[in-house]
Design a protein around this ligand. Sequence first.
Ligand code: SAM
Length: 238
Amino acid sequence: MRDYNKLVKYLSEYGVTVSDDRLEKLDRYYDMMIETNKSLNLTAITEFDEVIVKHYIDSVTLIRDIDLRQNLSLIDVGTGAGFPGMVLKIIFPELDITLFDSLQKRLTFLDGVISELSLTGIRTCHGRAEEAGRDKNMREQYDLCVSRAVANLPVLLELCLPFVKVGGKFIAYKSDKGHEELESSGRALSLLGGSLNKEDSFIIPDSDMVRNLLIISKDKSTPATYPRKPGTPGRKPL
Ligand code: SAM
């Protein structure tokens, strides 16, 4: 097995211990990602040391703000190769996770990972967030929604907040542009029933990358008008 000390040390700062069995799963996930990446565009980051920091540690930084060692339902919108959702499931097995994306090929890769690692309480789901967010089986069904590198905040709020239960939270994994995006999201937040709970900005350990986790509370039910038709949130942000 490769060296997971950086990740183990990071998690221990938050009182989280990871068994060797979980690290072996991460190691197998890395192998599968590198192998599949030869024929399918999953990630530009392939060096192991970089994957540890920019994919694995980055994904679990949410532990700074939310105790993930509990049975919460979480949807990862635009999960791509499984970041942050797949890493969160491997490290925090009590989470019930839905990996959502509009690109079936990436989900087929993730289905292979779920089966190879014998993970339970996790599934993939294919669709456009604009449509799934109107489906009664998915609308306002999740305690948490997370999303990294999918869209600008005003657009992302319309794609993600409809999935969150009233009383739940949406967490946008943003860069140093996050604060600026937040400043242009006031209207979207109030129309969609959300408000800023916390802005948590920090440097991802062992990197020079700024991560700004924007934690949005869902205060009120999202009006039935949202999300609008596929493509409209991006073309005409709220
Ligand atoms: N979250 C991953 C990460 O950070 O590595 C992947 C980011 S990738 C740049 C964006 C992903 O969002 C793609 O896999 C794309 O298919 C998905 N996506 C974009 N718009 C979407 C939408 N409206 N509904 C569902 N998935 C969407």
